[in-house]
Design a protein around this ligand. Structure first.
Ligand code: HEC
Ligand code: HEC
Ligand code: HEC
Ligand code: HEC
Ligand code: HEC
Ligand code: HEC
Ligand code: HEC
Ligand code: HEC
Ligand code: HEC
Ligand code: HEC
Length: 323
């Protein structure tokens, strides 16, 4: 926007903020925004947004400085909707995050803007650390550090997974199940599978919402980044894997069942589909084939489907995934 026409007046520069916001201003030189966008060279006359230190995010500060206080006369994030915050940050961040994805992400539409997860100034933590240090006796200071040093990567308000659990408390319990991905143990992160900034429409489970599940290579499900054995392509694909996605049979976070399966016994997973109900599969009138007549479900031998159908995720040798 042309600064001359801005309702809050002109750019006045970071020096004008120092007197009243010393805590924010004194630490800002360490911020990647100060380092990467400014390189120390602020220019209040430049049309280039990147040349405006504080005002690149908060907008022109003339009116705010003249009135010596106020929130409505400055770009105050505490008053912004998620959409307004996203718009402000996307003035520069469109390269990492395609606008369309982040605008329709359940976070943005659920009123969770950039500043709900990222804290640019991290004042809360700075004050907390200062208080903690003030309380310490010299003896205690020499022991192991009582407060985490520095801010988490990416200017996050909190490190993962605590950041996410703050709002998704039910997910914590899922990662405490007997079988689970080891997120709480620090071996992987929520963002190994999810993109909190929104995702493109996926090619798996096209009919359903993607739940922010990230795309790996070539628009495939994020799981395949790590589970390359299940990747394929296979000469004989199992439609359940390729079309419906991994979470048709697996609970991705955690499960009471081995192999993160949705049901305790393998055959109950299979029979959800392989029951001959019409409307799906090669022959729409027949539906997904029931297991062949040779399979006697009263014979326990046949209940362990994957004892014989060992290539359940797809096979290059056998259309029935027997090898
Ligand atoms: C003369 C003192 C003074 C100066 C100079 C000043 N501010 Fe402020 N600012 C305040 C006060 C006081 C408040 C609290 C407003 C309130 O609660 O009504 C405030 C609030 C803010 C807020 C709103 C925070 C929020 O979200 O609640 C922002 C952003 C801000 N100032 C940025 C700036 C910037 C950027 C500059 C320099 C261009 C600046 N201020 C210069 C006194 C000042
Ligand atoms: C990259 C964008 C960005 C830049 C640059 C920036 N701020 Fe902020 N500012 C924010 C966000 C976002 C918040 C909301 C609180 C947070 O995330 O830490 C905020 C909050 C504030 C607040 C309110 C703090 C509080 O107590 O809640 C003040 C005052 C402020 N900024 C002043 C400044 C000043 C002064 C500068 C320059 C030295 C500056 N900001 C540079 C994004 C920015
Ligand atoms: C729901 C929480 C959440 C929201 C909302 C969010 N982010 Fe993030 N963002 C994260 C997390 C978590 C990471 C760290 C990802 C990682 O470690 O791989 C991240 C990473 C980033 C990075 C890369 C940091 C780095 O060091 O690589 C940028 C830039 C960024 N976010 C900007 C934004 C902007 C701009 C917005 C708003 C348009 C936004 N984020 C909204 C959670 C969020
Ligand atoms: C004037 C342009 C500009 C604006 C506006 C802007 N950013 Fe940035 N941001 C950058 C640049 C440039 C970098 C450094 C990129 C790099 O390191 O490759 C960056 C880096 C980041 C990073 C990663 C580095 C880190 O650890 O801090 C995050 C997170 C981020 N910005 C979030 C935000 C958020 C949230 C907003 C809105 C409140 C915002 N940015 C507004 C230009 C901007
Ligand atoms: C400030 C609160 C907040 C934080 C922090 C937060 N979320 Fe969310 N999240 C929401 C809200 C609100 C929604 C949208 C409402 C809903 O569907 O639950 C949402 C939706 C989601 C969804 C999609 C759910 C669906 O049904 O489509 C996923 C996945 C998700 N968040 C993961 C994360 C991850 C991963 C993090 C940490 C990087 C995170 N969230 C951090 C509040 C938050
Ligand atoms: C191993 C990959 C993976 C990891 C790690 C992961 N998720 Fe998920 N998450 C998924 C998948 C896949 C879905 C979609 C499940 C479905 O649709 O049945 C999902 C769904 C969700 C949902 C929507 C739940 C619902 O019932 O609607 C939320 C919220 C969520 N995840 C949050 C998180 C948080 C928070 C973390 C980190 C603590 C996390 N996830 C880690 C793969 C993962
Ligand atoms: C960042 C790498 C990574 C991603 C992404 C990932 N996983 Fe995993 N997965 C692992 C690791 C490592 C294990 C081994 C279990 C452990 O950590 O103890 C595992 C275990 C499993 C198991 C249990 C295997 C066994 O032998 O018991 C299943 C099933 C599984 N993952 C499915 C998925 C699904 C479905 C997704 C996508 C929603 C996914 N994984 C995404 C790394 C990953
Ligand atoms: C049709 C149901 C189904 C789908 C869809 C499915 N799996 Fe499986 N998966 C299974 C069964 C059943 C097992 C257990 C096999 C056993 O115990 O012999 C399994 C086992 C696994 C294992 C443990 C190692 C192994 O091969 O036995 C991993 C890892 C795994 N699946 C990942 C995935 C990934 C990643 C996807 C998505 C690309 C996926 N699964 C989709 C049914 C499925
Ligand atoms: C989400 C539904 C679904 C689930 C769950 C499922 N399948 Fe399938 N399966 C299919 C579909 C669809 C086909 C392809 C049928 C067609 O093309 O007509 C198929 C094909 C097969 C075939 C090849 C049939 C043939 O005639 O070539 C076998 C064998 C098979 N599945 C075994 C299993 C086993 C064992 C399980 C349990 C671990 C299982 N399936 C779970 C949907 C499912
Ligand atoms: C003891 C080994 C064994 C077990 C256990 C087994 N199968 Fe099979 N399955 C086979 C063989 C061999 C064939 C191919 C020859 C035939 O049709 O009998 C087959 C064929 C199939 C077919 C293809 C039928 C068609 O019409 O083309 C399906 C579907 C199938 N099985 C599903 C299942 C399901 C679901 C289970 C678990 C409830 C299961 N199988 C357990 C060995 C087994």
């Amino acid at each position: 926007m042309d600064a001359a026409e801005h309702p809050n007046g002109k750019y006045v520069g970071a020096d004008s903020c120092r007197a009243c916001h010393p805590d924010v201003t004194s630490t800002f030189f360490r911020n990647s925004h100060a380092k990467k966008t400014l390189g120390g060279k602020e220019d209040i006359t430049s049309p280039d947004l990147a040349k405006h230190s504080c005002e690149s995010c908060h907008g022109p500060g003339e009116k705010h400085v003249r009135e010596r206080k106020g929130k409505s006369n400055i770009g105050a994030f505490s008053l912004m909707t998620a959409k307004q915050t996203v718009d402000t940050c996307l003035q520069c961040h469109t390269q990492q995050f395609p606008r369309a994805n982040i605008r329709r992400s359940p976070h943005t539409t659920g009123e969770v803007g950039c500043a709900s997860c990222h804290s640019i100034h991290n004042l809360a933590r700075q004050r907390q650390q200062q208080n903690a240090l003030d309380r310490l006796t010299p003896l205690a200071t020499s022991s192991s550090a009582p407060v985490a040093a520095g801010a988490p990567k990416g200017s996050l308000a909190l490190a993962q997974p605590e950041l996410c659990y703050g709002c998704h408390a039910n997910v914590r319990a899922q990662f405490s199940m007997p079988f689970k991905h080891r997120v709480n143990e620090g071996f992987m992160q929520c963002t190994d599978c999810h993109n909190p900034h929104g995702t493109s429409a996926p090619t798996w489970r096209m009919a359903s919402r993607p739940k922010l599940v990230d795309q790996g290579l070539i628009n495939e499900e994020a799981c395949l980044k790590c589970h390359v054995q299940q990747r394929g392509p296979f000469a004989y694909e199992h439609a359940a894997v390729r079309v419906d996605g991994c979470e048709t049979c697996h609970t991705p976070h955690g499960s009471a069942n081995a192999r993160l399966l949705k049901r305790p016994a393998v055959f109950t997973v299979c029979l959800e589909c392989h029951n001959g109900a019409p409307g799906f599969g090669r022959d729409q009138t027949v539906g997904i084939p029931t297991q062949s007549p040779s399979h006697s479900m009263t014979n326990p031998r046949y209940q362990n489907c994957t004892a014989c159908h060992v290539r359940i995720h797809g096979s290059n040798a056998d259309s029935r995934f027997l090898r």
